[in-house]
Design a protein around this ligand. Structure first.
Ligand code: ATP
Ligand code: MG
Length: 432
């Protein structure tokens, strides 16, 4: 579990701002959901025989109430189950489909390594109540728009269709027969899953089992006409949008609730933890959680991995620095200075005020204050000298060279009577 501190936190905020813009352009609206839910929600939603529920969930029994009843609670390992719970609880689909997104921490007890943490963050987009392939494609295009907005170029899109439950049942029988024929090659995980969830064996990360998984019966060969048509329609929309994709018949995703389209965005730049975003259709989950049957499709991306990828690709978000640093040589001026700063801030100027570590030592030398001003990254120092203040003025000193202009720009005296003018000068990109 990581602390996210400046300057790293400005990169997070920059990414979140980009997400909000892209979501707004696609008319997705924000939801904020609890971090804890009943354990049973995740067991029912994600599936009993999954990595998450079998070994990764932080689940515990709460203290008993006065009747001796204790609730089984879990820190959310993903966002979809909670969103579906909220959709059902608030009858969100009563007047039609909804496009929603969330951002926030998720928790999984995994072996921490690069790109894999125990508290990590997901951004998820979900379209609930829409059954057509155009919405699968819309979700994928939404992610592509986000990569474009962020400046991420190194990704590939893998697609698969998991068909419908009855198609999967026929495939499942063939799969069990195939793996039983090769029982001696199965590892412990696979043997355990053979009869509970054989599809997940295809998702194995064990190199020794790759060839076996490769040769297994393909679900695609068991899909009926309607499932194939749905899949083709998604592909046609992606093609018309110039979005490259490749078919990965072994893409099954780690959660049980998917049907029809599933997809992952993968990058080569992050080593083993290369999946930056994954999702798909989950038309039966809402009913399974107790709602009226309604289709849905969504994805979730891993924020830590996307930020790491941005670093790899050399995308450097602008750092959050103040516009101006207030140098205050004399502590006696502070009341007047702070009234001025409040007005500048109200006009939209970002100002960092000098403050002393030890008031007994005064405000610190002019030189040391100036050093701090420079280190702050601010473009200007606002120097509140006692003489200038007495004349109703403040000195505005540029700390950075102005692009296209020679030499260090000169300091100017500005009247405190015109703070709007001062604010405008500080905020002008060509200000000197
Ligand atoms: P993986 O195969 O890498 O374990 P997953 O299939 O478990 O991924 P999902 O449940 O689909 O992952 O979550 C969506 C995204 O969240 C992943 O593609 C990944 O970017 C991110 N993610 C998942 N688990 C972690 C984690 N422990 N730490 C950081 N990011 C994660
Ligand atoms: Mg995982």
């Amino acid at each position: 579990m990581n602390d996210i501190l400046p300057p790293e936190s400005s990169r997070w905020q920059w990414l979140e701002d980009a997400v909000r813009r892209v979501m707004a352009r696609h008319a997705f609206r924000n939801v904020r959901l609890p971090i804890m839910e009943h354990t049973a929600l995740f067991v029912r939603g994600i599936g009993e025989v999954t990595d998450i529920v079998e070994k990764e969930m932080y689940a515990f029994e709460d203290r008993a109430d006065q009747h001796g009843r204790a609730e089984h609670l879990a820190l959310r390992p993903e966002g979809t189950a909670g969103l579906v719970r909220a959709t059902v609880e608030h009858n969100l689909l009563y007047d039609g489909g909804k496009r929603l997104y969330y951002m926030g921490p998720m928790f999984r007890r995994e072996r921490p390594q690069r790109g894999r943490y125990r508290q990590f963050h997901q951004i998820g987009a979900e379209a609930l109540g829409f059954g057509g392939p155009e919405v699968d494609a819309e979700l994928i295009l939404l992610a592509v728009a986000l990569w474009r907005e962020l400046g991420i170029q190194n990704w590939r899109l893998e697609l698969n269709s998991l068909g419908q439950p009855e198609e999967r049942r026929a495939h499942r029988a063939a799969l069990i027969a195939y793996f039983e024929q090769h029982a001696e090659q199965l590892d412990e995980d696979a043997r355990r899953r053979l009869h509970s969830n054989p599809l997940r064996i295809l998702d194995t990360k064990n190199p020794a089992m790759q060839a076996l998984a490769e040769g297994a019966p393909k679900l695609m060969d068991y899909l009926g006409e309607a499932s194939l048509a749905h899949f083709k329609a998604v592909q046609a929309i992606l093609d018309a949008n110039g979005v490259p994709w490749r078919l990965n018949p072994r893409l099954v995703r780690g959660l049980d609730y998917y049907n029809l389209t599933v997809f992952e965005f993968i990058t080569e730049s992050l080593g083993a933890q290369g999946t930056i975003c994954g999702g798909g259709r989950y038309d039966y989950l809402i009913e399974q959680i107790g709602g009226k049957p309604a289709p849905a499709v969504g994805w979730a991306l891993g924020v830590e991995r996307v930020l790491e990828l941005l670093k790899e690709e050399g995308v450097t978000p602008p750092e959050a620095v103040p516009d101006a640093y207030a140098v205050v040589p004399d502590a006696a001026s502070l009341p007047q200075v702070m009234a001025v700063l409040a007005q500048l801030r109200a006009a939209g100027v970002a100002v960092q005020m000098h403050a002393s570590a030890d008031p007994a030592q005064g405000m610190g030398s002019f030189k040391s204050q100036f050093k701090k001003a420079d280190a702050s990254g601010a473009r200007f120092a606002l120097i509140f000298g006692a003489d200038e203040l007495a004349r109703g003025e403040v000195a505005l000193k540029p700390l950075r060279a102005v692009p296209g202009q020679e030499g260090a720009p000169a300091q100017q005296l500005c009247p405190l009577a015109d703070l709007a003018g001062l604010a405008a000068r500080i905020q002008s990109p060509l200000a000197a």
